[in-house]
Ligand binder design. Structure first.
Ligand code: SF4
Length: 447
């Protein structure tokens, strides 16, 4: 049973020391009750209170770890319905499904594609996270052979899909101890599945044929059997039905603190659609709401890139822009005669400008100012990217020491700052560059 804010408050030290980042213990207690703060943020809470508060402090959606080592990913532990309330924490793992009925070369080709695919955006490597291997043949030996072959190609975690205990057991023996997810326990086989998952210490997905009541019943039975790392497939295979189910699951876990359904969700967008376009639409829906593992049936880089970008955007903290470190960055081995530009430390701004400078082949310097991670115009409007800030960065990073002629190029959007910057930087010439990063190479050539 969830504790109210006042019940939690009674167990806190009540010193209002603010070390937790909240102005009072009561404010912290209210946030804790709303699952928008962590008990760990209060360094003064007693062990006795910690134990009493453990239920209130436990994440409403369990954190499940899939895989091991560098390729491990975590899902669950979300605390809000909408990202603007706080943020979404653990982006869904994307998996590509192969079947043991596919021929070996097709499987190898698919696994190679998903294993090798990596694109960088705003300094972050975006990749797929797992391979799902389905025992479509019904043959345990053939399944184990395929699992073994796929493992020889990749360290990615697996989702092992079969209803046959012998096939899963054989697959677990050869998958290499990388903590896969077993899919799926049902009302018919949950006891055997529980034995297997417990014996091998792996996570277990549950598929319901009969809606959320059956799902809750199964999670309770599996919890009693000692299986806590559960992933839920609520069963619907149409867009509207699955959206309703995943939303209900999230609401029940967060708003009602209904522990039986407080587990990450696994989704199969390819099973909601017959076409590639349909699968993309469903995958998009599951990224936005509220899947923890998404198993797709088709892999095309032209589709993977926008899906990964969407995932990155949705799981970026809306209150903390992605930023780069302020400082002076160099491109194409600049010298003292190379031009010096400046812009803000918003990642997207930095990487847009950096991409153009790098690609132009023109040696240049780029001074990145601390504008609290905002883009040029937003920072200017908020007073975070003004003449004073730029002049301070010029001095802090000794930009004058890098170049022989004291010239600095402003982004075209803040041409209005040139007069003030001249006053802040006596002896410097202030130039106004283009508004868009894409026009930088042409601008630099004519300089
Ligand atoms: Fe109260 Fe703990 Fe926050 Fe201090 S850190 S204000 S004691 S809840």
């Amino acid at each position: 049973m969830a504790l109210s804010g006042l019940q939690i408050y009674k167990l806190l030290p009540k010193t209002n020391c603010k070390d937790c980042g909240f102005p009072t213990c009561l404010a912290f207690a209210m946030k804790l009750a709303a699952k928008q703060a962590s008990l760990d943020d209060c360094p003064h809470v007693s062990q006795e209170a910690k134990e009493a508060l453990s239920a209130a402090a436990a994440p409403p959606i369990r954190l499940v770890k899939v895989g091991t080592g560098e390729k491990q990913f975590e899902v669950g532990n979300e605390t809000v319905m909408f990202r603007h309330e706080k943020t979404f924490f653990h982006q869904p793992g994307l998996a590509l499904r192969v079947k043991d009925t596919d021929d070996a070369s097709t499987i190898a080709e698919k696994v190679k594609m998903v294993n090798d695919y990596c694109v960088e955006r705003v300094g972050i490597d975006m990749t797929f996270n797992a391979v799902a291997i389905e025992n479509a043949s019904g043959d345990a030996g053939a399944y184990a052979e395929v699992v073994k072959a796929v493992r020889s190609q990749t360290e990615l975690p697996f989702v092992l899909m079969s209803g046959d205990m012998a096939a899963l057991e054989a697959a677990l023996d050869v998958e290499g101890g990388h903590r896969p997810v077993l899919y799926a326990a049902t009302a018919d086989n949950w006891e055997a599945m529980a034995g297997l998952a417990k014996g091998k210490q792996v996570s277990l997905a549950i598929r319901s044929k009969d809606g959320l009541d059956e799902l809750a019943d199964l999670t309770t039975k599996l919890g009693d059997a000692g299986i806590e790392d559960l992933v839920l497939d609520p069963g619907s295979r149409d867009l509207a039905g699955s959206l309703a189910q995943v939303t209900q699951l999230r609401r029940l876990a967060l708003k009602k603190n209904f522990r039986a359904l407080g587990h990450p969700i696994i989704a199969f967008p390819g099973e909601l659609a017959d076409t590639e376009e349909g699968e993309i639409v469903a995958a998009t829906q599951f990224i936005a709401k509220y899947a923890g593992i998404i198993v797709v049936d088709r892999f095309d880089p032209a589709v993977a890139y926008p899906l990964l970008t969407l995932r990155l955007n949705i799981y970026t903290d809306p209150q903390k822009p992605i930023s780069v470190d302020p400082g002076i960055y160099d491109f194409n081995s600049p010298t003292a005669d190379s031009p010096l530009m400046t812009t803000t430390n918003f990642s997207l701004t930095y990487f847009s400008v950096a991409g153009e400078l790098d690609g132009s082949g023109i040696p240049s310097w780029l001074l990145i100012c601390d504008a609290e991670g905002m883009s040029v115009l937003t920072a200017w409007a908020a007073g975070k990217f003004d003449a004073e800030t730029i002049a301070k960065a010029v001095k802090t990073f000794d930009a004058g020491g890098k170049i022989s002629q004291k010239k600095i190029i402003l982004p075209g959007h803040v041409a209005v700052l040139s007069g003030e910057l001249e006053e802040e930087l006596p002896g410097w010439e202030i130039l106004v560059g283009p508004r868009e990063a894409v026009d930088l190479p042409a601008y630099l050539k004519q300089l």
